[in-house]
Write a protein of this length. Structure first.
Length: 254
């Protein structure tokens, strides 16, 4: 009898915590297109090639970061939302619930500026630190290799399960979310971040001292044509700000 009461209390506490967590999320509607920004509780965690990442690149130096609370898009920005804001769809593979792609970092800034004007909000791209903190599950992290699982295909559209499909990327929210309820943080399309590419330990918002990397911006998450090595949550990549591709999109932060 006592055990049943304890279990009932624990279940009630879990439900209350889940309800409180969901109430912190924000819902938006732009010309009939709805999207959700998930509340990401701040905290401190390790970033870089922690032991579960296995083999890694030299620039994935393990270091501790502290992140303030912020909001992050539940999904990658869809073609439907992009078109509602911009009036056109630049994507190579069309589908309203697919992630928008074929967009440069500069295109993202224009989209965000127009979205902010429409909503009177302050959307932006996430920093690289915010992105990895959220991909790892934030303060609820279970220390997975990928965003939400050690089983890649459970959470990601990747080379193994998407390369033969007609539309290489797939609709958002089709795979399992991570610990924070974020979808497609691993795979589907890579995501632009706000930062310049810099070695860890330098100011990510300042231009790199290496002129060869000036104007290169961080991209994260890997995409549908990547193998598991490039889909680890610690893996870093960068493109010049004017590059676009059919495997490169964005996720909003706030």
């Amino acid at each position: 009898m006592i055990m049943k009461r304890i279990l009932s209390i624990l279940l009630l506490l879990l439900l209350l915590n889940a309800s409180s967590f969901a109430q912190n999320d924000k819902q938006y509607n732009v010309h009939g297109v709805k999207f959700t920004m998930k509340f990401i509780k701040g905290g401190s965690s390790e970033m870089g090639a922690t032991k579960e990442m296995g083999e890694h690149d030299d620039d994935e130096v393990v270091h501790r970061v502290t992140v303030e609370s912020f909001y992050l898009g539940e999904t990658e920005v869809t073609q439907e939302l992009w078109e509602a804001v911009m009036g056109k769809n630049p994507s190579k593979f069309h589908g309203e619930n697919h992630p928008v792609e074929w967009i440069t970092w500069d295109d993202c800034q224009e989209f965000i500026s127009k979205l902010n004007a429409l909503t009177k909000q302050h959307f932006r791209l996430p920093t690289e630190t915010e992105w990895e903190y959220a991909a790892r599950g934030g303060c609820y992290s279970k220390h997975y290799r990928y965003a939400g699982s050690n089983n890649l295909e459970e959470v990601a559209w990747c080379f193994k399960n998407a390369h033969s499909l007609k539309k290489k990327h797939q609709p958002v929210r089709q795979k399992k979310p991570n610990e924070l309820g974020l979808y497609d943080m691993t795979g589907n399309v890579s995501e632009w971040c706000q930062d310049y590419y810099n070695p860890y330990g330098t100011d990510p918002m300042q231009k790199p001292s290496n002129l060869a990397r000036r104007n290169f911006r961080i991209i994260r998450g890997g995409c549908y044509n990547n193998t598991d090595y490039y889909l680890r949550v610690s893996n870093r990549n960068f493109f010049i700000h004017w590059r676009h591709d059919d495997n490169l999109g964005l996720r909003l932060a706030q």
